[in-house]
Unconditional design. Structure first.
Length: 165
């Protein structure tokens, strides 16, 4: 896909709603060659998906070996809304706690006092983290009203061709 096609999809109102959610599913290939799919908190900065993880996370050696990833952000209600994104993971080791980590965990309901305690606990636990940054190279929105999975779109086209023949 070319950048303006990706931007058009990601700027749609439904995509923006999905990009404001708390969790994505990060799919990657593990070091043993098998697929993995893990839920992980994220934030969207307008051009990149940013996730943060511990410096000893098992996914990091796999992402260093093969940075190709796929992300799924979706809803649970029917019909589901699904945003599919592909890209390459760039890993950025940082000292301390990345601002994005504090931002993505800021949506949970806490009193101001609980927030201070939580942040102090986080800062005492982690001496650093790894930012996993994905710039989308492909995107598809499926809302089952205006957009469908490609296989279903193909079936709809074939049905229309049969009806018009």
């Amino acid at each position: 896909m070319i950048p303006h096609e990706i931007a058009e999809i990601l700027n749609r109102p439904i995509s923006q709603e999905l990009l404001a959610r708390d969790l994505t599913r990060l799919a990657y290939i593990a070091k043993d060659g098998t697929p993995r799919n893990v839920p992980i908190a994220f934030t969207w900065n307008g051009s990149e998906i940013v996730m943060c993880t511990t410096k000893n996370a098992p996914k990091l050696p796999a992402l260093r070996a093969n940075p190709a990833v796929a992300l799924t952000i979706d809803t649970e209600e029917h019909p589901p809304k699904i945003l599919l994104i592909r890209g390459r993971a760039e890993l950025d080791v940082v000292d301390g706690i990345p601002d994005e980590y504090l931002q993505m965990n800021g949506s949970y309901q806490m009193t101001p006092e609980q927030r201070v305690e939580w942040e102090a606990e986080v800062r005492s636990l982690y001496d650093g983290m790894v930012r996993i940054v994905v710039t989308p190279t492909w995107a598809k929105l499926i809302d089952f009203e205006t957009t469908l999975p490609s296989a279903v779109e193909e079936l709809v086209r074939a049905r229309e061709e049969r009806r018009s023949a």
